[in-house]
Design a protein around this ligand. Structure first.
Ligand SMILES: N[C@@H](CCC(=O)N[C@@H](CS)C(=O)NCC(=O)O)C(=O)O
Length: 256
């Protein structure tokens, strides 16, 4: 089925909000829309986030670091609902693209500000020299980049077309189902011979796992991807993962 009643203009102009559930999220603008200072807590690390896959990957990493005893990894996690708050002036100073998660490290005097979840993961892994094993450095980087360029963006769009706005257009659905299945198969092939994506448990797994935790939205069964299933289950039982999954936002059960 295709929704043929909509004829897009040659040059699109934003003259009203779409009114959909993501109307405040998918705004075609950048920059602050209002003044709003961000809170700063007492811990060295400040995280402004929400419990989406991109948000959860950072809280899981922080919980993994705390589980290893790194007291410097104590953090304040501030909930940022992406219904307009991401365009507040304080948030935009941290992330000019108005997306969670964003982060600042106040432990070294002048705060170090970092946006983009992958950059935050790399910053923390390098700062503590954990979850980025030197022996497998380039494996970590390639699977992390695979997550950041493929798993996140394509599964994120699959969520839109297969879960939030289903049955709109067969071409779009098949395109995203195709992308999705290729991603699962790529992960499954890799995990057939490796316990973790980069051999050892690393930020590549921590970044990818929260996306696979949304498998119910992808119209796939993990039973069809037995190596992904084994990897998914082993990570979901880690106490830092269980804790990090529910730091900011409504409490949710981890699917299995
Ligand atoms: N590439 C970014 C993506 C982050 C992202 O897409 N964040 C979404 C929620 S998961 C968001 O904040 N959307 C708000 C908006 O676009 O206005 C990252 O990995 O940090």
């Amino acid at each position: 089925m295709s929704n043929n009643s909509y004829i897009p203009p040659d040059v699109w102009k934003w003259d009203q909000e779409s009114g959909g559930i993501f109307a405040k999220t998918n705004r075609p603008i950048a920059g602050a829309t209002h003044q709003k200072i961000l809170p700063i807590g007492k811990h060295p690390l400040q995280l402004y986030s929400l419990a989406t896959p991109n948000g959860v990957k950072v809280t899981i990493l922080l919980e993994e670091l705390l589980a290893l005893g790194f007291e410097g990894a104590e953090y304040d996690a501030w909930l940022v609902k992406i219904d307009g708050n991401q365009f507040g002036s304080g948030f935009v100073e941290l992330n000019p693209n108005s997306k969670i998660p964003t982060f600042a490290d106040h432990s070294l005097g002048t705060p170090i500000r970092i946006f983009e979840s992958g950059a935050i993961m790399l910053y923390l892994a390098n700062k503590y020299n954990k979850f980025i094993p030197q022996k497998h450095y380039w494996e970590v980087i390639e699977w992390l980049v695979f997550q950041l360029s493929q798993v996140g963006p394509l599964l994120g769009q699959a969520h839109q077309f297969l879960f939030y706005y289903p049955n709109q257009d067969r071409f779009v659905e098949e395109k995203y189902i195709g992308y999705t299945k290729r991603i699962y198969q790529t992960l499954d092939n890799r995990l057939r011979n490796y316990q973790y994506l980069a051999t050892e448990y690393s930020i590549a797994d921590i970044s990818t796992w929260p996306w696979i935790a949304r498998f119910e939205r992808h119209r796939v069964s993990l039973i069809d991807y037995p190596n992904v299933l084994r990897w998914y289950n082993s990570i979901r039982k880690r106490s830092a993962v269980i804790k990090g999954y529910n730091v900011v936002g409504e409490k949710k059960e981890i699917p299995f």
